[in-house]
Design a protein around this ligand. Structure first.
Ligand code: J2J
Length: 538
């Protein structure tokens, strides 16, 4: 299933090997290595579960045997939708051990997204948990299974008619199934700006390089304790440096069921957490709650903040309030990750989003005509390098849009490059809304609104929001003679089986969308015009 375009040109690949970036280790081999090296040390703490590395290895090998027993064969894709539990890790490493390819869905995803991800990846199985944070996943699994006959469903917890994860026989698959380290290890999802999420093929070699390098840049060591506060399926808590970075060095991973300050503070105090990562709105909540908590947060050494722009004023409060070092991180599931370094001066840490991981990350900042802009000027960010993909999975149209012929990824981000290669994120060129780090495609939500019989046309825009960074606003033109309330349209969109974070925060009814003399104007221009007219008052 590797598309030829996904492969790095041989001369670059040879360079990445020569530089020691690509080591040829697969995720299955990584599990073997960390199980052997760190056996008795604590690998995972989640609720009442506490697993050593040896336990994690055993649980993963048992899962691997179980998945193989379902008739899945190496290379098959498996859709994984698991909350932050210990089983997240045993399932994922079990899949790697069996040579299977996880496809990561977020716990917030609903049947529309899951159906799309399963179909696009040709998934042969779906793994979920029974419940999480008051949501029952079994009806969701039922609808998915009814739509996709042949899909095997495995459930952690109460499994009803499905296969219980705990029912996997105690036999363990002895050795990891060999995989090509340059082949696809898993499919991550993009928060892109057009339509439904695209699938991002990450290889063993490229991803493990970003993890090893991130662990070092973030100062992880065997005595670190990493708290997974954000959903584990997201690229940030997975790899920047994430639980994979923590496991790579023999550190302890603590899974928080949700990222709210008090429950996380309790875990920090109880487990001696040294490092965690948050999106900016959560960092603001933590900053607000920390002065009043009774929990001891003194073990915390580093707080990573990324996923959306963290404002300098808030960034400057991290050390005085939480007593730890702020590390800004500007990353993307497609690859490139930038960090401020732990020993950078305060002004770099508070005002920039860091610099790339690798000396071989190629970064271009170009104007709209494709010419380089001078240092310090804003421009469009393009990148390629040893851990940035060269194509999406099976999506020629998106690939034509998102990659240049010489393999640079068009990130859609507008940045300023500063001395030393530090980047400051200025905004987005594309049409996605960054709502508290959750990326929403305007087009995807517009499509859902258009499915309502009373809606003639719709345009969705991001609006600045002091807390969320951006919230979503839908401009709606009603069909002639039709009536609808904002509340009704929101619940209609919700009822389309999508993640709650995509439901518009605000709906504004407008009499019509202007078109120019040329006829159709671009959606992008339309969204901008609506925003200026109704929201920016400019
Ligand atoms: C402004 N915008 C940012 C930042 C990401 C680490 C951290 C985050 C992600 C992530 C990730 C930003 N300031 N500090 O995968 O490994 C916006 C940009 C970017 C998009 C990518 C990681 N950090 N962004 O957020 O794939 O617009 O990855 O292109 O979800 O988030 O989103 P995503």
């Amino acid at each position: 299933m590797t598309h030829p375009q996904q492969i790095w040109p041989e001369d670059l690949a040879a360079h990445y090997v020569a530089q020691g970036y690509w080591t040829g280790e697969s995720f299955g081999q990584m599990l073997d290595r960390i199980t052997r090296e760190f056996g008795p040390r604590t690998a995972v703490v989640a609720g009442d579960t506490r697993w050593s590395y040896a336990d994690l290895g055993r649980e993963a090998r048992r899962c691997a045997q179980g998945f193989a027993g379902l008739g899945l064969v190496p290379g098959d894709r498996v859709l994984v939708q698991m909350p932050n539990r210990a089983e997240f890790l045993s399932v994922v490493f079990g899949l790697f051990h069996a040579g299977l390819v996880p496809v990561y869905a977020l716990p917030a995803h609903r049947e529309t997204e899951l159906r799309h991800l399963a179909a696009r990846s040709e998934a042969r199985a779906y793994v979920c948990a029974d419940r999480h944070e008051g949501f029952d996943y079994l009806p969701l699994a039922r609808r998915l299974a009814a739509d996709l006959p042949g899909l095997r469903v495995v459930v952690a917890g109460e499994a009803a008619e499905f296969l219980p994860l705990s029912g996997f026989a105690p036999e363990e698959m002895p050795a990891p199934v060999p995989r090509d380290p340059r082949g696809v290890a898993f499919l991550q999802i993009s928060g892109g700006s057009t339509g439904l999420p695209k699938l991002i093929p990450r290889t063993h070699d490229d991803y493990l390089y970003s993890i090893r390098a991130s662990a070092e840049i973030c100062g992880l060591g065997p005595d670190s304790v990493f708290l997974v506060a954000l959903p584990a399926a997201h690229n940030f808590p997975m790899s920047s440096p994430g639980y994979l970075g923590a496991l790579h060095v023999g550190a302890c991973v603590v899974m928080a069921p949700n990222p709210q300050p008090e429950p996380c503070f309790a875990l920090i105090a109880r487990e001696g957490v040294t490092l965690t990562g948050l999106v900016p709105p959560l960092a603001l909540l933590w900053l607000q709650a920390a002065p009043r908590t009774k929990h001891d947060l003194r073990s915390l050494q580093v707080l990573l903040v990324g996923g959306a722009k963290f404002m300098a004023e808030a960034a400057a409060r991290v050390r005085p309030v939480l007593g730890c070092t702020l590390q800004q991180v500007f990353g993307m599931a497609e690859g490139l990750v930038n960090y401020t370094r732990l020993d950078d001066p305060d002004d770099i840490i508070t005002t920039t989003q860091g610099r790339p991981i690798s000396p071989d990350d190629e970064v271009l900042v170009l104007d709209d005509a494709g010419a380089p802009v001078p240092e310090g000027e804003p421009g469009n960010l393009y990148t390629r390098g040893p851990y940035t993909i060269r194509a999406y999975h099976d999506h020629p149209a998106a690939n034509a849009r998102s990659f240049t012929p010489d393999g640079f990824y068009r990130t859609g981000d507008v940045v300023r490059r500063l001395p030393g290669g530090y980047l400051e994120v200025r905004g987005r060129a594309g049409d996605h809304i960054n709502r508290a780090g959750e990326k929403i495609s305007a087009e995807e939500v517009e499509d859902h609104l258009l499915a309502h019989p009373a809606v003639f046309d719709a345009a969705v825009v991001g609006v600045e929001d002091a807390f969320l960074g951006e919230r979503s606003c839908a401009f709606v033109v009603l069909a002639e003679g039709a009536e609808a309330q904002a509340r009704e349209l929101k619940s209609f969109v919700r009822g389309r089986g999508i993640a709650e974070f995509k439901v518009p925060d605000q709906v504004i009814f407008v009499p019509g969308f202007e078109t120019t003399a040329v006829g159709k104007i671009s959606r992008k221009a339309l969204r901008a015009a609506l925003k200026t007219r109704y929201l920016d008052k400019g």
